[in-house]
Structures are given as C-alpha cells and as structure tokens.
Ligand binder design. Structure first.
Ligand code: UDP
Length: 335
C-alpha cells in the first residue's frame, strides 16, 4: 500500500506531550497530522499540521482519515491520564486507553501502517521493588491508568507477533517518568483542566493565582519526607519520539524504553528550586498523603541512549521550571 513517507499521524497531538512531538516532527522534516477529540487537548496547540477532530475509538472515521492522509507511521498519545480519576472511573480509562488503542491497532493493520511510537508510563511498574527502575522491573500496575497502558503494551506485542507475513507491526513503547517543562520558545506548554500536577500548581502560586501549594505527605521514607520523582523535560520526550520513529523506519525491532533523567527530586526540592528560579516565595501547606503515590519513582536506564542515541539536554530541574514558567506567564496572561 502506498503511503506518504513523511506523514505521521499523531493521536492526542493537541495535548501537552503530543503537541511538543508535533513541533519536533515538523522541525525534523515530517508532516504531522493530529487526530484528537479535543476532550482534554486544545486546538491552539495544533500549530504544526492539520487537525482531524476524531475520537480514536471511532474506527470508521479513523479509517477515513488514514485513507485521506496515507500516513507512514503513527504516534499514539491520545489517552486519559489522571491516576486518581482512573481509580474512581475505571470504565473511562479502559474505554479510552484500551479500546482506543485496539481500534487504532486494527486501523493501522487494515491500512498496512507498520510503525507505532506509543506513549507509555512508569505507572505500568506499580510500586517499585527496586530503585532506580529499569525496563526489566516487574510490571504490576496499582491503578487502572497504569493497567490500561500495560494492557495496551501487551496488545501491541500480540499484534506485532500476529498477522505476518503481509503485515508486521513494529513499535517503540516509551515509558515516561514525570513530564515537565514547556516549549523553550513558549509556543506551547502544559495546560490541564483541572490542573493536578505539581509544577504547574507551584507556578500558579508563584503567579498569585493560587494562595498555597499543598505538599501531599511529609512522612515518606525519603531524606526530607516528601515524594521523589524523576522529572523529564517535554522537549526531551518529544525528541525521543522522533528518534524512535526513525529507528523503526530504519528497521529497528520492538522496544520498551524508559524515558527519565535517572535523577530524582523531592516535592520540597521542586518548590525550593521554583522559589530560586522565579525569585518569589511559595507558600506551602503540609497535607496528607495522596492515595496511590509511591515514595520514590526514579528511572535507572541507559537503554534509550544505547538504542536510540537519546540524551536529555534539558535535564536540569531549574531549566524545566524556567521553561514552564515562561509559558505559564504567556498563557495565563492571555486567558
Ligand atoms: N504533589 C503535591 N502537591 C500537589 C500536587 C502533587 O505534593 O498539589 C506531589 C504528588 O504527591 C507527587 C508529586 O508531587 O508526589 C508529583 O505529582 P504529579 O501529580 O505532578 O505527578 P505524578 O507523580 O502523579 O505523575
């Protein structure tokens, strides 16, 4: 089947990470086509390529989009991604993330599209048995969000084993740690509604849009008692997706790869760094633990570097906060 060699269908391309991937794709000579139902994404975030407003569970409409654009590959970001919500409303998560991925896989197979870069998560590992976490760590998700992504990974592997010799799906499943930061040129950035993530909430306090940040748990077994996370810049994530796509197009095998900085920061450290970077005090309130939060999640892997040649360039947490802040100021100034 003929395809447009440079066209990449990006589901969820109107969202936080997907939109940064679109920019990186466009800057790397690809033509992104965004498929997004705009349930949590924004049309303003679609600045590099056409927007096809479509839910990935709508197989018929999706098929028409494949027919129209003849993509050579797919990046799949479209998903629900709130851990807490997934515990209360698992149906939404299995429906969007599992059925959505399955519908996409079927459509890719039906149209002979062989390459998929998938947005996975460290939440597929569950409670870490060992820190740092590498790709061989057991996957025992502890919430429906992590489980839905784990099932999607299994589906991709099963589809990849089946349907040959006419169709051979090959994929890279990228398991992110905590996405942070924003486009260094501040054309796009993080905007969730409601916002639940630490860094944008801390920036809300710095901007005077919120009076304090609650620290969820100060009695964890960590040096300062607060949770430790591995924050990875969204532009570094976007770069990894483009490298993974090129790797698959050059004949690379299926991969499951962690994307993190192999370095953890506590909630208190994030707040203190923000105070330094922005030069404003951040009011805190110590609060109870949030359900489902492991004390520490830190990646320990060089596999993405070995396989893809990927090296995060905006690893510094201060740079991540600065980039997020620049975008935050611009976005909330206009909205
Ligand atoms: N967190 C916090 N206060 C908040 C939001 C988050 O203390 O208002 C903590 C949260 O418990 C976790 C860390 O910050 O330990 C990162 O949370 P976030 O929601 O940003 O990302 P997640 O780790 O859930 O993907």
């Amino acid at each position: 089947m003929s395809s447009n060699a440079n066209t990449v269908l990006v589901t969820g391309g109107a969202g936080y990470i997907g939109s940064h991937a679109c920019k990186m794709l466009a800057n790397s000579g690809f033509t992104p086509v965004v498929v997004d139902n705009l349930s949590t994404g924004f049309d303003w975030a679609v600045q590099w390529g056409e927007l096809e407003e479509c839910d990935v569970r709508d197989g018929e409409k999706l098929s028409q989009i494949f027919k129209r654009h003849q993509p050579a590959a797919v990046m799949h970001f479209a998903a629900k991604s709130y851990v807490g919500e997934s515990v209360e409303k698992p149906d939404i998560y299995y429906n969007n993330n599992v059925i959505g991925t399955m519908t996409l896989l079927d459509t890719m197979r039906d149209h002979g599209v062989p390459h998929l870069v998938f947005s996975s998560t460290c939440a597929t590992y569950g409670i870490p048995e060992t820190i740092p976490i590498d790709e061989s760590h057991p996957q025992i998700p502890i919430n429906p969000y992590g489980m839905s992504k784990f099932i999607a990974e299994q589906m991709m592997a099963d589809y990849s084993r089946a349907y040959g010799p006419d169709y051979n799906l090959r994929f890279a499943s990228l398991r992110y740690f905590n996405a942070a930061g924003g486009d260094p040129e501040a054309e796009i950035g993080e905007a969730h509604d409601p916002e639940t993530h630490l860094i944008p909430l801390v920036l809300d306090v710095a901007a005077g849009r919120r009076d304090k940040i609650q620290i969820f748990g100060t009695d964890y077994e960590t040096p300062d008692g607060t949770c430790i996370r591995d924050y990875i810049h969204v532009t570094d994530l976007a770069e990894a997706h483009v490298l993974a796509l090129k790797y698959l197009q050059e004949g690379g095998e299926n991969q499951f790869l962690n994307l993190g900085n192999n370095q953890g920061f506590s909630v208190r450290e994030v707040i203190e760094t923000t105070e330094k970077v922005i030069g404003r005090p951040i009011k805190i309130e110590e609060a109870d633990r949030r359900a489902g939060d492991p004390a520490e999640l830190v990646s320990g892997s060089t596999l993405a570097e070995e396989i893809l040649g990927w090296r995060p360039v905006r690893a510094d947490i201060g740079i991540q906060i600065e980039d997020a802040w620049r975008w935050h100021m611009k976005f909330f100034h206009h909205n």
